[in-house]
Design a protein around this ligand. Structure first.
Ligand code: IFM
Length: 439
């Protein structure tokens, strides 16, 4: 694929969706359907979760200290560091045309200011493998894991994290942006707020566990300032993450002005129940500042949705006891996807890319239903006029689900963790069929 063409494709789609950017009234639902041929259909991964041996990263370090919140260590993961060509051609063989993956900061900048040309070349080869297969690369500049040196300096709690991230974005963009189709700066930066809200991190028990982990990280690293994203208090990192996104966006756009750049937000479908529901308060707490930042800076907003939360006057209300569940015992609620793309578009007036959506399940039939139900909701939102640029399923491979280890199965493809053999599930082919029928 030639660069100018790829960009023109996107800009064409972007112009069309932006032209439609005032949401038509519901009475317009019956008009003729029109979907762009540029609609992206793909699957996502993240470096630390699939590459293996990401030894310079803070997550690797946290997996290996005691006490640790990680039940299992990532180790070789899916060995995708060596098997990316197989992974990309598998994705293509299903009928998908987009691969979202992340570049690993800790490989690219193993010590402060020292950038590895060899690792940048490695990611160039990943992009070339996409190109060879006619697959569009959507690249995440940071998907949670950071260099160990960065977290030893205090990570996102320190204002200097903003310049460090912008410098990294500049270097990556200079080497790689010309091959990217789209890019996002940060992945789910409001996650700590969601966790605060759901798990009540301020409860004495969880506060004590967090304190023990922080202490262990500080002792093992020898840095009294040590702070990784997953250990931080949301309030301590929120402002720096927002500035890092803004400066990262500016750094990438300075190098590649026509590359569409956004941020991938974790968007829960918060539904108010009863009089006096706290739903607006929680939406503002979790999403408010990020939606405003996205409206200010992004070319598109990445929406990552996995379900809904019911919110009453006293806070979270459990899902109905009769609700269908996934293997994480969370409610099966694919309709949340359509609701969240509407919500994000209404707040930002920016085109939306579904940069993640999926389900942890050992029952692939449930995954197939989930895909169909989620796409039905997405299509309704598009029929109402929400400009959606694409659907990227989480995830291509069964992989390292952070502190939960390898048991949650989000993948379209099963992976044998000893031989690394890949076995596609029926859902992979199903998603490919849906992609072909969509266009
Ligand atoms: O595995 C994660 C991913 O890293 C970020 N979004 C949610 C996924 C499933 O929990």
């Amino acid at each position: 694929m030639n660069d100018t063409l790829k960009r023109r494709d996107f800009l064409g789609a972007g112009a069309a969706v932006l032209a439609a950017s005032a949401l038509p009234s519901r009475s317009a639902q019956g008009r003729a359907r029109k979907y762009s041929n540029d609609f992206l259909f793909g699957a996502a991964t993240a470096g630390h979760q699939i590459e293996g041996n990401n030894t310079n990263s803070d997550i690797w370090f946290l997996e290996n200290i005691k006490p640790t919140r990680f039940g299992t260590r990532s180790g070789d993961a899916c060995d995708s560091y060596h098997r990316y060509e197989e992974d990309i051609s598998l994705l293509k063989s299903f009928g998908l045309d987009t691969y979202r993956f992340s570049v690993e900061w800790s490989r690219i900048e193993p010590s402060p200011g020292q950038f590895s040309n060899a690792e940048l070349d490695y990611y160039k080869r990943v992009i070339e493998a996409c190109d060879k297969n006619g697959v569009r690369p959507v690249v995440t500049f940071n998907h949670f894991s950071c260099p160990q040196w960065f977290s030893a300096l205090g990570g996102w709690t320190k204002p200097r994290s903003v310049d460090l991230f912008a410098r990294y974005c500049d270097r990556v963009a200079r080497q790689l942006a010309s091959g990217m189709h789209m890019a996002t700066t940060l992945n789910e930066p409001q996650l700590r707020r969601i966790q605060h809200w759901i798990a009540g991190l301020n409860s004495a028990a969880s506060r004590a566990t967090l304190d023990r982990q922080r202490e262990a990280a500080r002792t093992a690293s020898g840095s009294p300032e040590y702070m990784a994203f997953h250990l931080a208090d949301d309030d301590a990192v929120q402002a720096n993450l927002i500035n890092a996104h803004k400066q990262g966006y500016a750094a990438i756009k300075a190098v590649a002005p026509t590359l569409p750049v956004g941020v991938s937000l974790a968007v829960v479908d918060y539904q108010g129940i009863g009089d006096g529901s706290r739903v607006n308060e929680i939406r503002e707490y979790v999403d408010g500042a990020w939606l405003r930042a996205a409206a200010e800076t992004c070319d598109f907003v990445g929406v990552q949705n996995y379900g809904r939360d019911l919110v009453g006057p006293k806070g979270l209300i459990p899902a109905p006891a009769s609700a269908e569940r996934n293997m994480l015992t969370l409610e099966y609620y694919p309709a949340a996807l359509g609701n969240t793309v509407r919500y994000v578009f209404e707040a930002t007036r920016k085109p939306v890319l579904v940069s993640e959506n999926g389900i942890a399940t050992s029952d692939d039939g449930q995954r197939i239903r989930y895909i169909d139900d989620a796409l039905a909701g997405l299509r309704s939102a598009m029929d109402e006029g929400v400009p959606v640029l694409g659907y990227i399923h989480w995830t291509l491979l069964d992989n390292f689900e952070w502190s939960l280890g390898y048991w949650p199965k989000f993948g379209l493809v099963a992976v044998d963790l000893k031989t690394f053999a890949r076995t596609p599930k029926p859902s992979a082919y199903h998603l490919g069929r849906r992609a072909r029928a969509w266009k």
